[in-house]
Ligand binder design. Structure first.
Ligand SMILES: Cc1cc2nc3c(=O)[nH]c(=O)nc-3n(C[C@H](O)[C@H](O)[C@H](O)COP(=O)(O)OP(=O)(O)OC[C@H]3O[C@@H](n4cnc5c(N)ncnc54)[C@H](O)[C@@H]3O)c2cc1C
Length: 497
């Protein structure tokens, strides 16, 4: 059975952190706007945004070595790190605003302070880390970063990692206390609860199957899982926030901007330790260096996580290959995403990325003990019985033609929108949920250009540094950072037992 189209102002497809953020931003800026959400699963934040499906790092480039690359002349390029940090400051400010507004009344439910550390082994890597620290410490955004290659100091910082370490290789680490662990699942759920209170119509168990252009906007075809009924809804603006499921929906729009784009799914596994005695002995997110051939998002890291009020440790991710675009997706996702307009782009990427394919196949074939051995490079005394495998979310990396060549694999997050701003989709997964606020502000800029001049004052009230470079205004950064630290209750120091 089918129904007559039902009209609204905005439709958000998917109930992940991105739709949640866009919905709340829109309701702050235009309280009368009518919004409907369609989510194919039974509740919000069940795919990549779920706390067990991602690493929960508040990406601010405080520890991720892939955001600082070494130039041919040996200098360190920190431009990406500065960009990622500036983006995270926007998310912190919006969350702080929502804490003050009592939308997020208890910040500890979704964000906790945790030192961010980078750790390397081997003389060459130690030299790189020192140079990286020098480059970053000259920048106000990275104030407070410490460096040590002294084993006694490192034992204080990371006892679990230093215990039982027999390698003769030099080891060094940087540490900065202003890092965070973010429970993006909890954040998503709270924001959707808030949207419901604002009369946003949230339809769970509703999978969007098709989109077509109609007069004054778009019509979507939705299947209601409860009774298998087909519904049609129309809106002036549609946001495709389907995570890995965004690409197939974007392709269905047929907009020129959706052509020559493909997606490459990368699956992931984490090892998790919930043994409180072990979890209490590690208090940091420690990022290492990616192995040769490994994609940047599979940099190994050992993270303190706060989930359901419990402290646990997460190690990984181990990458892998699955043709699904979502954890709950179909094995046909990859093959059905290959269209006449992107087949050459996809083939070019396949030919170029043989190293990545080989790496992913090797990762898929790892046994539990081989995974444990990778963990033992971080925790030499790790025991198999203390660690369980959890399946992480799927990432669909964007493949597109760029000045770097046909079929280039992208590792960033990308907004693709129609020229008239009536539809936008979010593709890619990195730096991911941490950048939800700046990325959704980008969607507003692209899709609501006429309203933006009117909305600007309110955006600045919620996000004081909006439109301003913090790196160029260190005093403003200090002020904003201090304020968000206080509002988000990020000051508490946690001793290691
Ligand atoms: C292994 C891993 C580690 C990560 N680590 C981090 C990290 O440490 N820090 C960080 O900031 N980010 C991290 N990320 C990225 C982050 O998780 C994502 O960028 C973010 O959660 C994406 O949010 P989203 O709302 O776009 O997608 P999702 O959370 O995946 O939500 C999309 C929703 O759309 C629904 N949907 C899909 N198709 C349809 C359809 N046709 N109809 C209706 N509903 C549909 C899905 O069911 C889902 O609920 C990580 C990701 C992975 C996979």
């Amino acid at each position: 059975m089918s129904s007559m189209p039902k009209q609204t102002d905005v439709i958000l497809i998917g109930a992940g952190v991105m739709s949640a953020t866009l919905g709340v931003l829109l309701k702050e800026l235009a309280p009368d706007m009518k919004i409907k959400v369609f989510e194919k699963l039974a509740s919000a934040g069940e795919e990549s945004s779920n706390e067990w499906n991602n690493a929960g790092t508040g990406h601010a480039a405080l520890c991720e070595l892939n955001y600082t690359t070494e130039n041919a002349d040996g200098t360190i390029d920190i431009s990406k790190a500065v960009k990622v940090n500036e983006q995270f400051q926007l998310s912190r400010q919006f969350w702080s605003h929502l804490v003050k507004e009592q939308v997020l009344p208890n910040p500890k439910e979704f964000i906790m302070p945790i030192p961010h550390m980078s750790m390397v082994e081997g003389a060459e890597n130690v030299t790189f880390l020192k140079k990286r620290l020098e480059a970053l410490s000259a920048n106000p955004l990275f104030k407070g970063m410490e460096f040590s290659e002294d084993p006694e100091q490192l034992k204080q910082w990371i006892p679990l990692i230093m215990e039982g370490r027999t390698s003769p290789e030099p080891i060094a680490a940087t540490k900065i206390d202003s890092g965070t662990d973010v429970n993006f699942g909890a954040l998503t759920r709270i924001l959707f609860d808030h949207l419901k209170q604002l009369d946003v119509e949230i339809n769970y168990g509703h999978g969007v199957e098709d989109l077509k252009r109609v007069d004054g906007g778009w019509e979507i075809k939705v299947k209601n899982d409860q009774d298998n009924r087909i519904e049609h809804h129309t809106a002036k603006f549609i946001f495709i926030g389907g995570g890995g499921g965004s690409l197939p929906l974007l392709q269905k729009t047929g907009i020129p901007e959706s052509k020559q784009i493909g997606g490459f799914p990368v699956s992931g596994l984490f090892l998790v330790c919930k043994n409180p005695e072990i979890a209490e002995r590690h208090h940091a997110k420690v990022y290492g260096k990616a192995k040769v051939g490994a994609p940047p998002m599979s940099v190994p890291h050992l993270d303190t996580r706060y989930i359901d009020g419990q402290k646990s440790l997460l190690f990984g991710p181990f990458a892998g290959f699955s043709p699904k675009f979502l954890k709950t997706g179909s094995n046909l996702d990859l093959i059905t995403s290959v269209k006449p307009n992107n087949v050459l782009t996809m083939l070019a990427a396949g030919a170029k990325e043989m190293g990545l394919t080989k790496y992913l196949i090797e990762q898929v074939l790892l046994s539990t003990e081989q995974r444990m051995n990778e963990l033992r490079e971080f925790i030499p005394n790790a025991k198999t019985e203390d660690w369980d495998v959890v399946v992480a979310g799927q990432r669909v990396q964007v493949i597109k033609d760029t000045p770097q060549g046909k079929g280039t694999l992208q590792f960033g997050t990308e907004v693709v929108s129609a020229a008239d701003g009536s539809v936008a989709a979010l593709l890619g997964a990195s730096p991911g949920a941490s950048t939800a606020v700046p990325v959704m502000l980008e969607v507003l800029g692209k899709c609501f250009p006429d309203q933006m001049p009117e909305w600007e004052a309110k955006i600045k009230e919620m996000i004081p540094s909006y439109g301003t470079s913090l790196v160029a205004n260190p005093e403003l950064f200090d002020q904003i950072h201090a304020e968000t630290t206080k509002t988000l209750e990020l000051t508490e120091a946690q001793p290691i037992r």
